[in-house]
Design a protein around this ligand. Sequence first.
Ligand SMILES: C[S@@+](CC[C@H](N)C(=O)[O-])C[C@H]1O[C@@H](n2cnc3c(N)ncnc32)[C@H](O)[C@@H]1O
Length: 375
Amino acid sequence: MSRLKFIITCHTGFEEYSEIEANRLGIDLVERREGRIIVEGREESVYTLNKFGRTFHKVIILLKRDVARNLSEIYSKVRSLDFSFIKPDQKFAVRSERSGVHDFTSIDIAREAGRAVIDSYMADRGVRLGVDLDNPDVVITVDLIGSDLFIGVDTTGESLHIREYRRYNHPSAIKPSLASALIIMSEWRGEPLLDPFTGGATIPIEAALMARAKPVHENKDYLFRKLSFYSREEEETVTLKPPISPFPVDKIVAIEKKRKHFKGALKNVRTAEVSDLVNLILDDCLKYKPEEPFSFIVTNPPYGIRSGRKDKVQILYKLFLDKVPRLLKEGGRLVIITTEHKPMKEIIEDRGLKILKENLGRHGKLWVKAFLIEV
Ligand SMILES: C[S@@+](CC[C@H](N)C(=O)[O-])C[C@H]1O[C@@H](n2cnc3c(N)ncnc32)[C@H](O)[C@@H]1O
């Protein structure tokens, strides 16, 4: 069975948690880059990565890695590849990402690379491949980062972070892939867990589903199904016998103050079929008195961006961090993420809490920092 390299795209700044996840899935890391990791696995790893990666966005088979400085070099590197995995009647598109200083755009790259794919296929198979930019069967990715050229084939399609359970879209929802990264950051493995600012319940749902070790998507049109080497049998084998095992959950408690979000959270929890694991409470977490302290808190409190009240969120952070030692047992861990990380750090340090780790990264257009704290 041949070995393949895969580019896995993920949240910038949180790549190490995708690395841990790939490792748990039995797949070896080759390299960590910004917003992506490169791993190596067997052919059927394409199914494992797409089906079980909770922190991943896209899984791309790396066809070639090279150096290119201009469009004609990009053309010739793409032209030299064998695209026989595309069926003659299929339509393709090239998508490109570019970073660094170049006198051309990612649209130019996509156009040149597209021409190279057509020319290569024509030379090898005598067929002119059709292009469909809106609904292609095959997506070739051509990314230029500085002078590093990555040519690949997308096996995912629509990003994996879009989850079917999200019926209620909280206005400040965290991406489920980032929620999963935070859970991995905390090292939670089923102990009592609290999300005191739960919104639409993304964090508790991701935790519960992680414990279930079921495929992330039930009904998804993965692009790998269109590739010539696709085997339904292998996909089914991987789905039925994943390399990860479920683990028992003690309890997951999720608190939300606003009725509207609480109702939305209920809807999401039911759709995700984790009502038996997630206990949703409509309450103010600052007033909440748990029967017993928790081992973990993983949470995404308000940032004050939508309300425009950053002073107010700092008061909230102070009150909440004062309460943390009463919510967590000794040695318990808190993972908290915010855009307001400078005041947050001061508040944490003022209270003598120990920061074990910090990750600064991207959440969409925002820069966020996650802190791992031990009490
Ligand atoms: C950033 S949102 C959480 C979004 C959530 N992670 C998701 O993906 O849907 C923060 C939430 O905390 C809630 N909240 C603010 N203060 C609270 C408090 N004192 N107790 C409980 N919830 C609170 C807000 O109503 C809001 O829904």
